[in-house]
Design a protein. Structure first.
Length: 41
């Protein structure tokens, strides 16, 4: 019998929502990155 065993259905795992804090840190990082870019130009 070559039939495969039924796979378990993947449940939808909710992704962690981005909080305002994470957004803010990302803005900071982006700012720093841009500053570094300007420094090298």
């Amino acid at each position: 019998d070559k039939r495969k065993a039924p796979k378990a259905k993947k449940t939808n795992v909710p992704k962690a929502k981005k909080t305002k804090a994470t957004k803010r840190t990302h803005q900071k990082l982006r700012k720093r990155k841009n500053e570094r870019k300007q420094y090298y130009e």
